[in-house]
Ligand binder design. Structure first.
Ligand SMILES: [Zn+2]
Length: 425
């Protein structure tokens, strides 16, 4: 059994949304009250109250405040547990000599949501119609909230827990499912062996020279975001206009993040489906960002807008892409090879003769003494692919670093490909 999390957007009607909002308020109230109790007990009596003491009071609370009953006891416990985790994290960091912030009281507007740790009190239905339905609450007061889409794991998937979150005015339901390995397997459509290099100019370059362009948000939405942020910087901090622009920035960030996720999911799925072996290198966020400047011959466009945003947005996207690739590779039975960047130096090494050809980031073409000429990123993609076919290399295949080999002994043994040829020359 595997675990998969699926997130549905919910479409509650006005009355349902109001009820959900009320539930979030109650959970928030409980959280704050529990926090207050802990602080009070410590200040007045020097007592520290733990999770279980607080959990044991829940029945009394429900007796005094019947509106808490319909939230479900396990969901209420979960909110107390959330507070407990906040305290544990706080004390752990104090112990480690850091200076963490004390757990805070939360505004119900910012309270993220609530969680059902098991299947009591809700049900996910995927019957006819377009999307799933979330049935939540108990008895005749239960609500059936429409959700967008259905999950792909079929009837055999067993729901495990549910988290309801609110982002702005939108509601989401995240459900953890237990599914058979068979049900989450991805169908592989190709048998390719591919190396891929991620970059700023093109999002991805393959060893055969194919490229995937940067997604639309990089061209269209990022400049908008920069303009909004500049406009906000001109307003007085805390003013109504400042806040309004802040909200606009947040909305756009959300939009960009959705576009990025959509793009990454589609591309990584495609890459994994088409190949048996997929090779890339470790993340190196530092190198990623500098080439916005371009070179003298080919100066970058909108360098300033790009520099700061690129760093933030593209590097975040790359980490996400790497994670998606490793998850999806398992599902598709694709071998994902992550080359050791520092040892291999894919952007410097020649894919033909394996010699190291130093170049600056501005140099977009690999030109080697052996006569091999290729676009820089394509050459790097070829190098990582060769590395993938070389036994004993890569970092993903080998989570713990092996003891360091003695100089000169190991290298000639493991490399059957171009290295030995290069050393012989
Ligand atoms: Zn060469």
């Amino acid at each position: 059994m595997e675990r998969r999390k699926v997130t549905f957007k919910l479409y509650p009607n006005a009355r349902e949304a109001e009820r959900l909002t009320g539930w979030v308020r109650l959970h928030c109230e409980l959280y704050n009250a529990a926090l207050h109790e802990r602080i009070d007990a410590y200040r007045k009596f020097g007592l520290s109250i733990g999770y279980y003491e607080q959990q044991n009071v829940l029945p009394e609370i429900k007796a005094a405040r019947p509106e808490f009953v319909e939230l479900g006891s396990h969901a209420l416990q979960q909110t107390l547990r959330k507070l407990d985790l906040a305290f544990q994290a706080f004390f752990r960091r104090v112990k480690a000599g850091q200076t963490p912030g004390f757990p805070r009281f939360k505004s119900h507007r910012r309270f993220a949501g609530f969680c059902y740790p098991d299947t009591a009190g809700w049900k996910l239905l995927q019957l006819g119609g377009r999307g799933a339905t979330l049935r939540i609450g108990s008895g005749k007061h239960a609500m059936s909230i429409r959700a967008r889409g259905k999950h792909r794991f079929g009837d055999g998937a067993k729901p495990n827990d549910l988290t309801i979150t609110r982002v702005g005015d939108e509601w989401f339901a995240s459900v953890t499912l237990r599914v058979s390995a068979h049900a989450c397997a991805k169908v592989r459509t190709g048998e390719a062996h591919r190396g891929v290099d991620f970059g700023v100019n093109d999002w991805a370059t393959f060893d055969n020279g194919e490229t995937i362009e940067n997604p639309r948000f990089v061209r269209k939405e990022l400049p908008k975001l920069a303009a909004l942020q500049r406009a906000q910087a001109r307003k007085k901090k805390g003013s109504i206009r400042y806040k309004r622009l802040g909200a606009a920035v947040a909305t756009l960030h959300e939009k960009i993040s959705n576009m990025r996720k959509d793009f990454l999911h589609k591309k990584t799925t495609q890459m994994v489906r088409e190949s048996v072996v997929l090779a890339t290198e470790e993340l190196r966020t530092k190198n990623m960002t500098r080439s916005a400047k371009g070179s003298i011959e080919e100066p970058g466009k909108r360098v300033k807008q790009k520099a700061g945003l690129n760093r933030e947005i593209l590097s975040a996207g790359l980490a996400m892409a790497h994670n998606m690739l490793s998850d999806k590779a398992v599902e598709a039975g694709t071998r994902l090879h992550i080359a050791n960047t520092r040892k291999l130096k894919p952007s410097q090494r020649c894919a033909k003769c394996w010699a190291v050809v130093p170049k600056t980031l501005a140099q977009r073409t690999h030109v080697c003494l052996c006569g091999h000429v290729a676009p820089r990123d394509q050459n790097a993609a070829s190098v990582v692919l060769i590395d993938a076919h070389t036994p004993g290399t890569g970092v993903a295949a080998r989570p713990k670093p092996l003891p360091r080999p003695r100089r000169g002994t190991q290298r000639s043994k493991t490399r059957e490909t171009p290295t030995t040829a290069a050393q012989a020359v």
